[in-house]
Design a protein around this ligand. Structure first.
Ligand code: PLP
Length: 393
């Protein structure tokens, strides 16, 4: 694609945006820059302008950053070594030395451990907020509150917080807003145009999409990202150029994959809901989901894109029934991650939520029989048939 070509379509952007101009050696796929040394003019300049892998400024970093920023409708994106590198760097950058954080209680496990186990050591205080009850947020605000951090969809019950309210609240109180958009990707929701200041991703999941790269990303305006970028450069959570190339390749099919994930998840959720042997199905695309209307508004509105690839369900008959279902499934890989082309199943009580007490799990609505599914892009009928036989009496 020549410079100046319109890149409005999301599929077009996914394929072309961020590619170097001019093409490096004419290569349609940017080559991997393994060099850790780049010639320097010797003229005085800024440290952060030196080309060096840790400074996230090799052509491979710039290609990923350009593609993601275009997809997000944001000024800038920064690739990071992992989702947790993105999250920890943002939290430390905004909050270190006396800041106060408002954070949604239902959190990804790694973020939960970072918040509860480490933030205090950096002089950061926090308060939980209930995503379902914005009326209780204002009383938690302190003079030193700087950030509200939420997740686009809760794990594993796929609850959806009122994202417009988060933006409105942050602006009303003069604080920054940050969203972990891993579950939705810019294909379902673009937080920056919606008013969020900062976006973090585990690119290990859907953005790469093939379960073969650990990576993360931070997205936002140039002004908001400048201090984050400087801290990231010093903390060193940079993404290896080889991983950059794989992530760049993965993102080229992101719109196609997300469409397939959404279609398959909706088909599987409907099939599970129709099973006699299933007690509950949690998928925001189902009319029975408590946040269905909100999910439709945020994620599936005018663009009609869909409700994501994550669902969870509870077979009737408790833990024994869940174990039997998992043992009988043939197609899915049994594993706790998500967002790859292959369908994954896991019982959160034994994996992502194993660190919680039984009581904490009960409060979070995560029963011991709950099965979480990261719905892949296999043939929908094959998935439905496999789950149906696994759940048969
Ligand atoms: C996996 C995940 C993370 C952490 O990402 P890593 O790439 O494993 O560091 C953060 N948030 C969410 C929602 C995730 O699913």
């Amino acid at each position: 694609m020549k410079e100046g070509h319109p890149t409005d379509g999301v599929e077009t952007m996914a394929v072309h945006a961020g590619d170097p101009h001019p093409r490096i050696g004419g290569a349609a796929t940017p080559p991997i820059f393994r060099s850790t040394v780049f010639e320097h003019s010797g003229e005085p300049g800024d440290y952060h302008d030196i080309v060096y892998p840790r400074l996230n400024n090799l052509p491979n970093h710039l290609a990923v950053a350009g593609k993601l920023a275009a997809l997000e409708g944001a000024e800038e994106a920064i690739p990071t070594a992992s989702g947790m590198a993105a999250i920890s760097t943002v939290l430390l950058s905004v909050l270190a030395d006396g800041g106060h954080l408002l954070v949604q209680r239902q959190l990804y496990g790694g973020t939960h451990m970072l918040v509860t186990g480490f933030l205090e050591r950096f002089g950061i205080a926090y308060d939980w907020i209930d995503g379902a009850d914005p009326s209780g947020w204002a009383e938690k605000v302190r003079p030193e509150t700087r950030l509200i951090h939420v997740e686009a969809m809760s794990n594993p019950l796929t609850r959806v917080i009122d994202l417009d309210e988060v933006v409105r609240f942050a602006r009303a109180h003069g604080i920054l807003s940050c969203i972990d958009a891993t579950f939705v990707t810019p294909i379902l929701f673009r937080p920056v145009p919606a008013g969020f200041d900062l976006v973090v991703h585990s690119a290990t999941k859907y953005l790469n999409g093939h379960s073969d790269v650990t990576a993360g990303a931070i997205v936002g305006s140039t002004a908001h990202l400048a201090p984050v970028r400087e801290l990231l450069n010093e903390l060193g959570g940079t993404l290896d150029p080889e991983a950059c190339m794989l992530l760049h390749r993965g993102m080229r099919t992101l719109p196609l994959r997300m469409r397939a994930h959404c279609e398959n998840a909706l088909a599987l959720a409907r099939a599970l809901e129709a099973q006699e042997t299933v007690a509950a199905v949690h998928y925001p695309g189902l009319a029975s989901h408590p946040d269905h209307a909100r999910a439709r508004q945020h994620f599936a509105g005018e663009a009609g894109r869909g409700f994501g690839g994550m669902l969870s369900f509870e077979p009737k008959g408790g833990v024994e029934a869940a174990r039997r279902c998992l043992a009988r499934l043939r197609l899915p890989v049994s594993g706790p991650s998500l967002g790859g082309v292959e369908t994954l199943v896991t019982r959160p009580a034994t994996t992502s939520h194993a660190g919680l007490t039984g009581e904490e799990r009960a409060r979070a609505g995560v029963t011991d029989s709950l099965i979480r599914v990261s719905v892949g892009i296999e043939t929908a009928a094959d998935l439905v048939a496999d789950f149906t036989q696994a759940l048969a009496d």
